[in-house]
Design a protein around this ligand. Sequence first.
Ligand code: SAM
Length: 282
Amino acid sequence: MLAYQHAYHAGNFADVHKHLLLFATIDLLLRKDSAITFVDTHAGRGLYPLAAAQTQKLQEYQHGIAPLWRARESLAEHQPLLRDWLSALDEAQPGRRLETYPGSPWWLAKRLRAQDRLRLFELHPAEHEALAQQPLAPGIKRLREDGLQGLQRMLPVSTPRLGVLIDPSYEVKTDYTMVAETLIEAARKVRHAVLLIWYPLLPAGRHRQLLQQLKDSGLRKLWRSELTLAAPEHSSHGMYGSGMLVLNPPWGLSEDVTRAMQAIAPLLGEAASHRADWWVGE
Ligand code: SAM
């Protein structure tokens, strides 16, 4: 059952939250020379032209990346993270207009150095095929496999460091448990791994089960960032927020992301707010 296609949601507020945090993490990790293997367990197709029929159907980017793009000059003025992220986004545009929204493979591939590796897992045949067509560097592997199982099979990796993005569509309720189990197992195999998990904030509140499972596992150093557009009680249906957990966040991530999110939240909705804390501390 693979019904989800990210093109319907490309560039929405959750993408903005996820990719800004991913960008900030990569930026901090690459300040050290030692090689790193990046893994994207649920890669999607990589690049999303906003004019595509699927993206035009819901136009979620109109309440996500579009207002930030319009305000990019003032956002960039005061925030080095936003300046660099928006400038990278600019490089993905063929003209001066916002025409394309890049997915996680693009954000990861863009910064890859000669010593680093990147593995992209995508199970959906059409999404995988679209990803395979992207002009990425030759060493980047694109695998049509289950991303959670694929990650486990790869571990431990041969590079000194590991960075992982786990970004499923949570179409199946068991995804929450499987994500938690995968993170626990990956952290057991590679203790210093930096793992990022995205989760939706939905009225059913299933993300709480994922968070609790991780807390109960005894893991340490799990940082949480949540962007909410509305209070849960005011959202009878649909996603009211976007959450990210980072295991072993690089030093400085919390401050950089918090500052940037505080600047962009008002542009994403009148009631939008961001909070960050240690879900499990040291
Ligand atoms: N990470 C992407 C980004 O930020 O641009 C978006 C990913 S989207 C939320 C989730 C993707 O996971 C979909 O493209 C879906 O086809 C894919 N998928 C679903 N189940 C999967 C599995 N078991 N293994 C790998 N990919 C899967």
